[in-house]
Ligand binder design. Structure first.
Ligand code: HSE
Length: 432
């Protein structure tokens, strides 16, 4: 097979960038044998030239001037793994506008400015590939763009943040504290530099915005995503959930529904939820991710694998590099297509079952008062457990699916009752 040289410019050389350099060195010959692509990293732009990176490339390859790589005719393809929005956005636009295909792992950027970048790629007729931006090593972007592009997808539920899944697993299985588990996730290289981005659901929010955009062909940004994090989850909630046959996971949900007038509306949310132990997502532990796709024609599909960490993420970047290099040779590109503006599901139309953990006085008539409040707001109780705590009792309710706004007014009325001393937790519950 005739060999074609593809000279790569790398923007950023952190955890993922360094792992990509190693992977490329290890796999270079085998990739060349199979594909005829002779891939080489020609330049790496970094912020700090003095940092020791222990990668098998000479020092001359590093520059602190990213603009010397972008638009440089000696560089055939740009890989952006620097993160953050600027200057990544400007550099990627510059590369695409000058005809350089781009591979990026930058979820934050795509979730904020995806439509602008996809349009720039389309205008220039070059690739913008981003498999690593969602769920690390798991192939989900390409299946949504290609294999499932004709599928009427109704809902996607995913565990798409490795750090929070690692923390929740360590708390549930080993009784670790939140802080201990977070520290471990940071040491293992799963967490973002600012771990609030993981813990409060921003990271999963960015990823679910990208998922919803691809799945439904509408321009969903991270600002459209409602997100809640895991910082209020306690080991006690996990214990109660488990007794009732559930585990607790940080879930990202993208869904499309027709409203009463038949107009298609899209929802994109992130929240911690109780998941039945029998559901395939309940078996996703540690830093693993999974994306559960539901569609009218395919039924249910689940994609599962390592969702964070330098080497797994670099594997997804590397696959895109090979794909984009091949497309460069064949002069064809993978495009997203036209995106519509979304109609987001209004919050008054959202429905869910809920788990409520209340502390109440342990006296005659208390249960009747509490359950009356649920009834008054039209919220139906599916199950209730009581645990004695001396003069107080803990009540754990699971409701049937109700309008979220009815549940929130139930909570307000419960908090106003003298016999309720605390509403300790309120979490959504998903069905089988
Ligand atoms: N911090 C991210 C996570 C890394 O924990 O999933 C992968 O995007």
């Amino acid at each position: 097979m005739k060999s074609s040289s593809i000279r790569i410019g790398l923007l950023g050389c952190g955890n993922v960038g360094a792992a990509l350099v190693h992977l490329l060195a290890e796999q270079h010959d085998s990739v060349e044998r199979r594909t005829g692509l002779n891939l080489s990293i020609e330049a790496i732009a970094v912020k700090d030239l003095n940092k020791n990176r222990s990668i098998p490339l000479s020092d001359e390859i590093f520059t602190d001037d990213a603009s010397s790589i972008v638009g440089n005719p000696e560089i055939n393809l740009i890989v952006e793994v620097m993160g953050n929005i600027e200057p990544a956005r400007e550099l990627i636009l510059g590369a695409l506008n000058s005809g350089q295909p781009v591979v990026t792992a930058n979820k934050e950027l795509l979730a904020a400015h995806g439509a602008e970048l996809y349009a720039a790629a389309e205008n220039s007729g070059v690739d913008l590939l981003f498999e690593a931006a969602v769920a690390g090593a798991i192939p989900i972007v390409r299946p949504l763009r290609e294999s499932l592009s004709g599928e009427p997808i109704t809902r996607i539920r995913g565990i798409i943040n490795g750090t929070t899944n690692f923390i929740l697993t360590r708390m549930a299985q080993d009784g670790a504290s939140f802080d201990e588990a977070l520290k471990e996730a940071q040491e293992l290289g799963f967490a973002e530099l600012d771990s609030t981005y993981d813990v409060e659901g921003y990271d999963a929010g960015a990823k679910v915005a990208i998922i919803a955009t691809l799945a439904f062909g509408v321009e969903v940004t991270s600002e459209d995503v409602q997100h809640e994090g895991i910082s209020k989850i306690t080991v006690d909630d996990m214990k109660f959930a488990n007794q009732l046959g559930y585990c607790i996971k940080l879930l990202a949900v993208a869904e499309r529904k027709a409203n009463q007038e038949g107009r298609s509306e899209v929802g994109a949310r992130v929240y911690p939820a109780l998941i039945p132990l029998s559901h395939p997502l309940a078996a996703v532990n540690g830093s693993f991710n999974a994306v559960f796709v539901e569609g009218d024609a395919v039924g249910e599909l689940m994609f599962y694998g390592p969702g964070a960490g330098g080497r797994p993420t670099a594997s997804a970047v590397f696959g895109d590099v090979i794909d984009a290099s091949g497309n460069l040779q064949r002069s064809h590109g993978a495009l997203i297509g036209a995106l519509d503006k979304p109609h987001m599901i209004p919050s008054e139309n959202l429905e869910s079952a809920f788990y409520l953990n209340l502390k109440v006085e342990d006296q005659p008539g208390v249960l009747a008062q509490v359950t009356e409040v649920f009834g008054n707001h039209g919220v139906s109780i599916q199950s209730m457990e009581q645990e004695g705590m001396g003069s107080e009792a803990r009540l754990i309710f699971i409701t049937h699916s109700s309008r979220e706004k009815d549940l929130f007014s139930t909570l307000e009325s419960l908090r106003a009752l003298n016999v309720v001393s605390d509403v300790d937790s309120v979490l959504r519950v998903i069905g089988d």
